[in-house]
Design a binder for this molecule. Structure first.
Ligand code: ASP
Length: 583
């Protein structure tokens, strides 16, 4: 028997009992006549003690020699500690060692295995198995397990069945590139790894499974973006005989359940806003509503004066920054530089200080009098002591710039509190999205999303204005879930493909299996998928998904621990009928 208990279990009530412990040596403190060893396992740390009076000499010497991260087994007696440590659960006791076996030596680890480590990110990724021994990483993985179990429990209790779908498939368009797998047995042909199980879950609905879920890996070959993983996990769900309302209720239920079980929070009904409203009020389709600073549109009150920058703008919009009137000239200049950075892209920023005495001081006093500025304050909801920041220009660009500014200021003002949770639904997304460069319309969600009832005919005349039966669940400024009611009619699906630029032949070649299936009594259906990695990190009060993944890839899509991707040898290439041309 390697152990009778764990390193996190022993308390004062265990004093006098004989125990066997196994674990890793975290630290040895050698005072000559007495040696203390911190022994660690997944459950905690237990202090071992050996001393001149009570321990055989060779055993004491052996303990002094122990190196960090050596794996040992000890037998001993639980005794009361002379100086207790209230910071750890086992702090009342220590184990007086009678026997010590070295199970495996360790070479010197490249960084200290402690909560505050001296190892940088790259080093910790290379030795991720050592990083996982540290509490912050270990606790995150355990937290993820807890969330995952709650998801399974809740959905299973609601009658959902977890069904696995294949990983070696044909392309499923979710807007990214596919990872491809060459087929050895079918020369010149490739599987694609799923960007999502979208088509399979719809086929499961045709198969009568009616309530499906799967915690599933998805693969998307996207260009470098911070905090994105090429493989990530979805809680993928689909239901038959449902309308949008049913889906929203079912998955609001799941989210409420998680907030309750994980954080003990009772959450009221989630607000619902349309995509158009989200863009108008927050400049963003995944608004963080933990704080205000909503947009005020100033066109009517700021245009038609002498200020040409505003007169020629499609949109003039501002936000009220709480307490911002106290910013110095220098601080405001820095803010203006910030919005002019290429990543944000504003040309400039107009500001108004709302003084405590009710007067206003703006950067455009030449053009606007106190009366004008008081209207701006009214529209943006600015109070005495606030700063109004105003951007202008093309509507979409101005909204996205002002949204970036709003988020940045909220971050600086500490308004994005990690232990506060503000979920909401964003609904009525546009069905199609215009690619400004190519002039081609793409499905905003995916090609299987149904238009809102009665909007199908608009596809011909005003494709950009067709609304979809699509929705996102947003939490703290992040899209944590998204889905839609699907098309379940073959002809409508064919029309949709036509509008997305597929010829009938192309549509048949790529999605014939789905349209065929629709001929055999496809029920009305819809669903949603949650990004599990993101959901877990937000629930964990953190923003980096890497910290909640056991073996993540770095920002260049590499696993630096196993060193993948890697070259393959010529024989393998030949077997796969592939030739590399790296010129
Ligand atoms: N397959 C979609 C996605 O990955 C989710 C859904 O529509 O259910 O975003």
């Amino acid at each position: 028997m390697y152990r009778s208990t764990t390193c996190g279990a022993l308390r004062a009530s265990n004093i006098d009992s004989e125990v066997i412990l196994s674990g890793w040596v975290q630290k040895v403190r050698d005072k000559g006549f007495v040696v203390w060893v911190d022994l660690r396992d997944r459950y905690g740390i237990t202090q071992l003690v050996l001393d001149q009076d009570r321990t055989a000499k060779d055993l004491l010497e052996k303990a002094k020699e122990l190196g960090r991260e050596t794996v040992i087994q000890v037998k001993g007696q639980v005794i009361e500690r002379a100086s207790k440590n209230a910071n750890i659960p086992t702090g009342d006791i220590e184990v007086l060692v009678h026997e010590l076996h070295i199970l495996n030596e360790s070479i010197l680890p490249p960084f200290t295995i402690e909560d505050e480590t001296d190892g940088g990110e790259d080093l910790r990724m290379k030795y991720r198995y050592l990083d996982i021994r540290r509490n912050p990483v270990k606790d995150n993985l355990i937290f993820r397990h807890k969330v995952t179990m709650e998801v399974r429990k809740y959905l299973s209790d609601q009658g959902f069945i977890e069904v696995e779908t294949p990983y070696l498939i044909k392309s499923t368009p979710e807007g990214a590139r596919d990872f491809l797998v060459p087929s050895r047995m079918n020369e010149g042909q490739f599987y694609a790894l799923p960007q999502s199980p979208q088509t399979f879950k719809q086929l499961l609905m045709v198969g009568g499974m009616d309530k499906y879920f799967q915690i599933v890996k998805c693969f998307r070959d996207e260009d470098l973006r911070a905090d994105r993983q090429p493989e990530f996990t979805q809680i993928d769900c689909e239901m038959a005989f449902v309308e949008q309302e049913d889906i929203l209720n079912a998955f609001e239920g799941l989210t409420k359940h998680l907030l309750k079980e994980i954080h003990g929070l009772e959450t009221g009904d989630f607000p619902r806003i349309t995509f158009d409203e989200a863009m108008r009020r927050f400049g963003n389709d995944k608004p963080d509503i933990r704080f205000g600073m909503e947009f005020g549109e100033l066109n009517t009150v700021a245009q038609h004066k002498e200020f040409n920058v505003f007169n020629t703008a499609e949109l003039v919009a501002g936000i009220a920054v709480p307490g911002g009137a106290s910013y110095t000239r220098k601080e405001i200049d820095k803010l203006i530089d910030w919005v002019k950075r290429p990543q944000v892209g504003a040309k400039g920023m107009v500001y108004v200080k709302c003084n405590d005495d009710g007067s206003f001081k703006s950067s455009v006093d030449k053009f606007y009098d106190q009366d004008d500025l008081s209207k701006w304050a009214e529209v943006t909801g600015a109070k005495a002591g606030d700063l109004i920041c105003v951007l202008s220009g093309n509507t979409n660009e101005t909204r996205s710039q002002l949204s970036a500014l709003r988020m940045e200021l909220a971050e600086r003002l500490g308004l994005r509190k990690p232990d506060e949770f503000a979920p909401l639904w964003v609904i009525d997304f546009p069905l199609l999205e215009l690619d400004e460069e190519t002039g081609i319309y793409h499905a905003m969600h995916h090609p299987f999303t149904s238009p809102k009832p009665g909007q199908l005919q608009l596809l011909e005349t005003e494709p950009g204005n067709v609304k979809a039966n699509a929705y996102d669940l947003v939490l703290n400024g992040n899209e944590i879930g998204g889905g839609s009611i699907r098309i379940h009619d073959k002809d409508i699906q064919a029309t949709m493909f036509k509008h997305l630029g597929f010829t009938p032949e192309e549509a048949k070649a790529q999605f014939g299996f789905l349209m065929d299936a629709f001929q055999y009594g496809a029920p009305p259906h819809g669903g949603i998928a949650f990004g599990l990695d993101r959901l877990v990190s937000i629930l964990g009060g953190q923003e980096t998904i890497r910290d909640f993944i056991a073996f993540p890839k770095n920002n260049s899509g590499r696993d630096v621990m196993i060193d993948a991707p890697a070259n393959i040898d010529d024989d393998q290439l030949k077997e796969l009928h592939l030739k590399l041309d790296l010129e």
